[in-house]
Design a protein around this ligand. Structure first.
Ligand code: URA
Length: 232
């Protein structure tokens, strides 16, 4: 792997270092893979993300947005990409969509300090909150895979079509697949509506997106309880 395609985190001297292709260097070309198991913890991963230029989103970010919640959470929520509030604070889902997400989780007594870890497919904000491109998703994917490895959740909730496509590659519309359990790499995944979509569709009528979300989050709670009971 050529050093020209890598960004040194700790100065030029490390380009000659023996651990050349490991933690000190980020491949700046998105086509160069970041191997599984590179990061010892989320702090190391976050340092890399904040120096990352594997795609052009690195040029316009204020902060890379890595995750929040419990680093040992049994449930991971994956969103699309940071918005303005998230870019400013460096924390995912802290705007209006995030507040709604918190309410949804709290409605079934899931606690973001204890039970849940929240992150996104893309760590940097796309300009004007556009949907990340396939190239941007692929460039960032190793970070998401490392987060999943490190947090090791049993259940992954994929909010919206981009999260589903970004992690498991399923390109079907979210309306078709929401609420269905899927297995990915030995983990249970459920596609759910993105909270922003619920903000645009506030009706609570039977069959509405909000009503469907209520069904889905109850199914998640029930599955989580089942897993915990089976482990006892
Ligand atoms: N929407 C997302 O998908 N992620 C965030 O972090 C905020 C809004």
């Amino acid at each position: 792997m050529s050093s020209e395609h890598q960004l040194s985190l700790f100065g030029e001297s490390n380009l000659q270092a023996s651990n050349f292709d490991k933690k000190e260097l980020i491949p700046t070309d998105a086509k160069i893979p970041i191997p599984t198991g590179v990061y010892a913890d989320i702090v190391e991963l976050a340092q890399h993300c904040n120096q990352c230029h594997r795609c052009d989103l690195g040029n316009t970010r204020t902060h890379a947005v890595i995750g929040r919640g419990s680093l040992k959470a049994p449930i991971m929520v994956v969103g699309e990409a940071p918005g303005q509030n998230e870019d400013e604070t460096g924390l995912p889902f802290v705007g209006r969509a995030g507040q709604l997400l918190e309410k949804i989780l709290q409605s079934v007594k899931l606690n973001t300090e204890k039970d849940v870890y929240i992150c996104n497919v893309n760590k940097c904000r796309p300009p004007n909150n556009r949907v990340p491109t396939n190239e941007e998703i692929e460039a960032c994917k190793p970070y998401l895979l490392e987060q999943i490895r490190l947090v090791n959740p049993k259940i992954i909730l994929l909010t919206g079509a981009t999260a589903v496509k970004g992690l498991i590659g399923d390109k079907r519309g979210i309306t078709k697949i929401r609420g269905t359990w899927m297995e990915w790499e030995g983990r249970l995944c459920m596609p759910i509506f993105h909270p922003s979509y619920l903000l645009r569709n506030p009706s609570r009528e039977v069959g509405s997106p909000k009503w469907l979300m209520w069904q889905d989050i109850q199914a998640v709670r029930a599955k989580y309880d089942e897993i915990v009971n089976n482990e006892l």
